[in-house]
Design a protein around this ligand. Structure first.
Ligand code: HEM
Length: 500
């Protein structure tokens, strides 16, 4: 990193231009023999850059994909410059066919991208594939289960955090207030309890710094900055100033995790396994599955869980309150149901879930319309294959357009209306819809879905039991148009809280 920075300080414009010309010529040469010719249909590509212009300064790439699907169909091919190919899958059937039925071929990640190599070192769960990924995923799922996901021990932890959040909302009554940071802290503390065995006070500076670093990563790592991920380090540092900050933020997060692991090694007691890190230390001591359970892998798994487990759930809660202030009737109906089933004298619990269908429908509707992972995380093809009559080369990028699946007018009536009733049948029971895939499907499906569902249920129900949420200025309602970083987030907004 220091070497990159020093390099950047000493180069002048002509050096950069020469380097750029050589780089482009190399790309041009590389593109001369470029895989199969029977690609799926797609828009015409420019020389060298292909269709990469689609991503440039585009905060709604998933919406551009919706338009492309109308023209080119369920499988659309885009060229991303020499040897870079992307297929966008549109429609739940084609997505399930690729990720579930043909999951063996469609479940790799683009480990060859320079930024991915740099930040993950080829380790962890999110950006690794192959036998180590499989083993780490199994170990992590088991550890999450053993630690209490789906059990009352973890429910108690979530409820403790929910109570702290209630007190914070209470303190902000009748004052315009943006709840995003509060949700970040609360949700992050739950994942911190699981991984590090401790929660942090909301005014702890290191914790706050870490969370704002994480937000920076999520806001700036979306498709609009994707080009930076492709360039070799020096070029990326030169042309994308955000890349420098991104690398700095990545270092800060990793330093934090490294310190926690070192502390755990010093205080480890195999008779008292406190958290995820201890589970790893114990497995290491017992000589379990040594192939993948290395310090480097576990270190990256922890970074993965910390990043994937915080922003996603927090952003969903943030969308939820935005939709609720736009839909006071839904809010009232949820509260009525909660008060009828739970009352005011105790907090809602997971055992109440089956008895609160309308409230649950409101949560599902938030996930559908918020679509926080509009194109999931990019997959790649593991070997040359034929798919629905088309040839796909090894390493072709694959994105499922989950946003389109959640807003397709052929599936959802009046898709942009926030309408929990669409989830209920005539007996007031929840209905499944195969087009609903907020956690994606197949071998790379989110492994935190059970935890996220517990968190969303306990936060939503408890907040609605206690508070009424309203707009700061009903004549100027906050926008519900999302913007895309790694996740699709609501725009910044403030609300007013009052006791229900
Ligand atoms: C509402 C909250 C959440 C949503 C909507 C969500 C959604 C997703 C999606 C769409 C993917 C990509 C799947 C694919 O590539 O096909 C994913 C991956 C992942 N998520 Fe989540 N997630 C949420 C919460 C969490 C939580 C709480 C955790 C941590 C405990 C977590 C950990 C992960 C991990 C580790 C992966 C990578 C899985 C792999 O590559 O094998 N997520 N998530």
């Amino acid at each position: 990193m220091a070497a990159f920075t020093a390099w950047v300080e000493y180069i002048d414009t002509s050096t950069v231009l020469i380097f750029l010309v050589v780089f482009l010529c190399a790309l041009w040469l590389l593109s001369s023999s470029d895989g199969p010719t029977n690609w799926p249909p797609g828009p015409k590509a420019w020389p060298l850059i292909g269709n990469a212009d689609l991503f440039w300064n585009n905060d709604h790439v998933y919406m551009s994909f919706v338009e492309l699907a109308k023209k080119y169909g369920e499988i659309c091919h885009l060229c991303l410059g020499p040897r870079g190919h992307l297929v966008v899958l549109t429609g739940h059937e084609v997505i399930r066919e690729a990720f579930v039925e043909k999951g063996e071929y469609f479940s790799n990640r683009p480990t060859f991208i320079p930024l991915v190599k740099y930040t993950t070192n080829g380790k962890g769960i999110v950006m690794q594939h192959g036998p180590h990924h499989k083993l780490l995923r199994r170990f992590t799922l088991k550890a999450l289960r053993d630690f209490g996901v789906g059990k009352s021990s973890l429910e108690e932890k979530i409820k403790e955090e929910v109570q702290i959040v209630l007190a914070e909302f209470d303190a902000q009554q009748d004052v315009p207030f943006d709840p995003k940071q509060l949700f970040d802290k609360a949700v992050s503390n739950i994942i911190c309890s699981i991984i590090f065995g401790q929660r942090y006070s909301y005014d702890n500076e290191e914790f706050q710094h870490l969370l704002s670093a994480m937000n920076y990563t999520f806001e700036n790592s979306g498709p609009r900055n994707a080009a930076a991920a492709w360039l070799p380090g020096p070029l990326a540092l030169t042309f994308f100033p955000k890349f420098r900050k991104f690398i700095e933020v990545d270092r800060q997060t990793k330093d934090f995790v490294r310190e926690r692991i070192a502390e755990h090694r010093e205080t480890f007691d195999e008779e008292n396994v406190r958290d995820f890190i201890d589970m790893y230390l114990k497995a290491e001591k017992d000589g379990e599955e040594t192939g993948a359970l290395t310090d480097e892998n576990i270190f990256q798994v922890i970074v993965d869980l910390f990043l994937a487990g915080t922003e996603t759930t927090s952003t969903t809660l943030h969308w939820g309150l935005l939709y609720l202030i736009h839909n006071p009737d839904v809010q009232r109906k949820c509260r009525q149901e909660i008060l009828q089933v739970v009352g005011q004298d105790r907090l809602p619990e997971m055992k109440d879930k089956g008895k609160l269908p309308f409230t649950e429908a409101a949560i599902l509707e938030t996930q559908r319309l918020g679509s926080i992972a509009p194109t999931a995380v990019v997959h790649t093809v593991s070997e040359p294959i034929k798919f629905r009559g088309y040839d796909l080369a090894k390493d072709t990028f694959v994105l499922p357009n989950l946003y389109q699946s959640h807003t397709d007018p052929a599936i959802w009536e009046d898709p942009f209306a926030f309408n929990p009733d669409r989830w209920l049948d005539e007996n007031n029971k929840l209905k499944n819809n195969p087009a609903f895939m907020p956690f994606s499907v197949g071998r790379r499906m989110c492994l935190g879905d059970s935890l996220a569902k517990m968190e969303m249920f306990l936060f939503f129900t408890t907040l609605l039991q206690r508070f009424d949420f309203g707009m700061v200025d009903a004549d100027n309602p906050p926008s519900t148009e999302g913007f895309q970083g790694i996740t699709r987030s609501p725009p910044k907004y403030e609300l007013l809280t009052s006791r229900a």
